[in-house]
Structures are given as structure tokens and as C-alpha cells.
Design a protein around this ligand. Structure first.
Ligand code: SAM
Ligand code: SF4
Length: 339
């Protein structure tokens, strides 16, 4: 195949799945230290190993040329990367030109008040905000460094700017279990969907994840006693399965990597801030795109390296959390690939 044809060929993996969704972790750093995500004393990548924002933009454009229609910025905390709006503006141009259907991000909300309007100006219409509790004290406990009021200001600012928010909460046994009904009412009362996520065994942290692991099948059964939950076919192209909560009229999603394998319909790959491409969140295999990117100013090398990586996209992950598996399934933290 000539490099020109290769550049334009859609990315289809060995299992026939089209890759149309790119998640980009723009930094591994964060202004929070959520206990299930990071150790308090994290060693981050040396700044010299990071791709520049220009390089990240070029990589994203190469993926868009190869059929990516949805792009999510994540991290670490994407909004703490210096000058991040430079990349948002570059990507917003792809949205304006119709080359990208959606530009979005996953954020802890701490910097949203500052950036909400600029995000909207550059075509961002929906974002995910991670929020595990509505109690400011508990918020401090779980994020270690976070300020609840800042996140609330961020949510207000984003809604005011016209950005639709979905809240993501990690379901944690004996931490926010009892609070989920209030979180449902809060989210739906403000026109936001809420998605619950099971903890995944990624990266060494101080605590034992089995102590906090809460199967969502259990939580759903408990919620079903208080709310009428109706299965709905709503799909966002992601792994969440949704129900409608009759009492609130809002949507509640469940992401259950541990109890239900959702890999069959996986359409995504994950790029890190060093130019490493992970073809699966739950596997270690990765491709180095930085070398190909820097090898030449045109994208032929890069395009071939992407094609080669896609041939290695695995069928699925093998996450297991139980007491016999003491080590995380993958050693890297979620903040490297951004979830
Ligand atoms: N800092 C941003 C945020 O918190 O939204 C983006 C990156 S964060 C790694 C993305 C999502 O992964 C968050 O919703 C977070 O709660 C979730 N997360 C982090 N570690 C996790 C783990 N071990 N299991 C399940 N979800 C995790
Ligand atoms: Fe930071 Fe997000 Fe990880 Fe919390 S979950 S430590 S906010 S990257």
C-alpha cells in the first residue's frame, strides 16, 4: 500500500472494530491526589520527555486524517497543562471544519471556572467532570488536595457557558455508597447525567483496592429499592450502560469493567503525553509514535506506525480484583492514560 493510501485508510483492528475515538492524556500531572488513582508522593515524567503541544496537535491531526471523529483530552488533569488552550484551539479548528464530530474532555473541574468560556468558544459542547462526593470534608479526604468549592464554581461556569456536563463518580465501598441517591438527585436536578464507575486495578496506591471495591451490580440492586430504574438503549459510544431514573427523569450510567466485559464494541485508542499509544486501557502493549513523529516532518512514517499499532489492538482486558491478586493488573496509573 502506498503511504498516501495508508494515510487515508480507516483504522480497522484485527477484530473488525473501527477506531474512531482517540483519548489523549496531555499530562500525567494533577493538582489532586485521589486516593484510588495516585499515591500521594507520585514521581511524574520529567518535563523534557513530554511532547510539545504542537507535536501533540500534529499527532491528533494524523489520527483525524485516519478516521478519528471523536477526541477526548484527559490526563492527569488536562487543564493544568501549561498553555493547554493552544491545543484546544488547534483541535477546535477540526471541529469547525467538520473533520471532528466531537471535542471533549474529562476533568476534575478545579480549573473549569477559568477555562469554561474558552472551551465553549473552541467547540467543546460536552465534558465529563469527576466528582465522587457532595460532602466538602469527604471531598478533601478522597482527593487529598482538592477544594470542593472550586469544583462547584467550575460546574456553574461550564453550565453558564452552555457546556453540557456528565458527572463521573467512582463507586467506593463504605465511602460514597450511601450518598449515591443524593448524588443522583443533585446531578439530575441540574440537568446532568451521572455515571458510576467501578475501581480498576491500575497502578500502585497506598491502600488495598479490594477494601474499596464495590461491584456495581450490588449497588444497582440497592438503588433499585429506592428508585424505579428502567433500562434504556441510550449509547454514547462509550462503555456505560444507562438506565432512566423514573423519579428524576434523568440518566444514570454504569461502567462495569470488572463485572461486565465491554470490550466487544471498543472503538478507542489512548495516546499519552510522551507519544506512546496504548491500544487497550487494561493491557501493557504499546506503540512508540514519538520516534515516527520526529523522524520526518511529513506524516508518512507516522501513518505507517499508527497502522502497525492498530494491528496489535487486543481483543480485550483481563482486569481482576480479588484478594489473591495483590498486584495491580497494569502497573501504570490511570493518570498516565487518562481512563
Ligand atoms: N483528572 C481528570 C479527572 O479526574 O476527571 C481526568 C483523568 S482521571 C484519571 C479520569 C477518570 O478516571 C476519573 O473519573 C477518575 O475518577 C477515574 N479513575 C482514576 N483512577 C481510577 C481507578 N483506579 N479505577 C477507576 N477509575 C479511576
Ligand atoms: Fe487527578 Fe483525576 Fe487522578 Fe484524581 S482521578 S488524582 S483528579 S488524575
Amino acid at each position: 500500500m502506498s503511504s498516501r493510501t495508508s494515510a487515508l485508510a480507516p483504522m480497522i483492528d484485527p477484530f473488525g472494530r473501527s477506531v474512531t475515538y482517540l483519548r489523549v492524556s496531555v499530562t500525567d500531572r494533577c493538582d489532586f491526589r485521589c486516593t484510588y488513582c495516585m499515591a500521594e508522593n507520585m514521581t511524574f515524567l520529567p518535563k523534557k520527555d513530554l511532547l510539545t503541544l504542537e507535536e501533540l496537535g500534529r499527532l491528533c491531526s494524523a489520527f483525524i486524517a485516519k478516521g478519528v471523529r471523536k477526541l477526548r483530552l484527559t490526563g492527569g488533569e488536562p487543564l493544568v497543562r501549561k498553555n493547554i488552550m493552544f491545543l484546544v484551539e488547534a483541535l477546535g479548528k477540526h471541529v469547525a471544519a467538520g473533520r471532528l464530530d466531537e471535542l471533549t474532555l474529562t476533568t476534575n473541574g478545579s480549573q473549569l471556572a477559568r477555562y469554561a468560556q474558552q472551551l465553549h468558544d473552541n467547540g467543546v459542547r460536552r465534558i465529563n467532570v469527576s466528582l465522587d462526593t457532595l460532602d466538602p470534608q469527604k471531598f478533601k479526604t478522597i482527593t487529598r488536595w482538592g477544594d470542593f468549592s472550586k469544583v462547584m464554581e467550575g460546574i456553574d461556569a461550564a453550565q453558564k457557558a452552555g457546556i453540557h456536563i456528565k458527572l463521573n463518580a467512582v463507586a467506593l465501598k463504605d465511602f460514597n455508597e450511601a450518598e449515591i441517591p443524593d448524588m443522583i438527585r443533585f446531578a439530575h436536578g441540574r440537568g446532568m447525567d451521572l455515571t458510576l464507575i467501578e475501581t480498576m486495578p491500575m497502578g500502585e496506591i497506598e491502600e488495598d483496592r479490594t477494601d474499596r471495591y464495590l461491584p456495581l451490580s450490588e449497588l444497582r440492586a440497592t438503588l433499585g429499592k429506592q428508585f424505579a430504574l428502567a433500562d434504556i438503549p441510550y449509547m454514547t459510544g462509550g462503555p456505560a450502560r444507562y438506565v432512566e431514573v423514573k423519579e428524576t427523569g434523568g440518566r444514570l450510567g454504569f461502567i462495569t469493567p470488572m463485572t461486565h466485559n465491554f470490550c466487544e464494541s471498543c472503538n478507542r485508542v489512548r495516546l499519552t503525553c510522551t507519544g506512546t499509544l496504548y491500544m487497550c486501557l487494561g493491557q501493557n502493549d504499546a506503540a512508540d509514535l514519538r520516534t515516527a513523529l520526529r523522524a520526518s516532518p511529513d506524516d508518512d512514517h507516522l501513518s505507517s506506525a499508527i497502522d502497525e499499532a492498530i494491528t496489535r489492538k487486543p481483543k480485550g482486558h483481563d482486569f481482576i480484583i480479588d484478594r489473591t491478586h495483590k498486584r495491580p493488573a497494569v502497573a501504570r496509573h490511570m493518570s498516565v492514560t487518562g481512563g
